[in-house]
Write a protein that binds this ligand. Sequence first.
Ligand SMILES: [Zn+2]
Ligand SMILES: [Zn+2]
Length: 151
Amino acid sequence: MPKPTLPLDGGCRCGQIRLRIKAQPLVTMACHCTGCQKMSASAFSLSAAIPTEGFEILSGEPVIGGLHSPDLNHYHCPHCKSWLFSRLVGVESFVNIRPTMLDDAQWFSPFVETYVSEKLPWATTPAVHSYEAFPPMEAYPGLIEAFAAQQ
Ligand SMILES: [Zn+2]
Ligand SMILES: [Zn+2]
């Protein structure tokens, strides 16, 4: 995957929320889980893990949607309900943004895919690492290193 030119600006479908990315992704992912199929209204969700200090909301106030889980918060536009980004509760280091919210998502390609156990039979991605569910926590440092090495 080519490194995107920073900053990357983006926003929701209606434009009330505008956001900016000022740091390179740590890793990029596609998730085939049935929850992401519902949230994305599609076959899988896309994520770019962005260091929190490199992520900024420029305008608007995202609201929590999805499952309203105690462990994982999904943030949406209050007006058009676009699914903008997700944060693990208690994890301050990164934000998983949905790359198709960016004005230019042409640079994006998923490096890791998760929950292939739940994927639609035809749904394939160019990810080079596939996991039946989520990778174990101890796999992430190696995936981040491998992602940086292939850029
Ligand atoms: Zn909106
Ligand atoms: Zn998922």
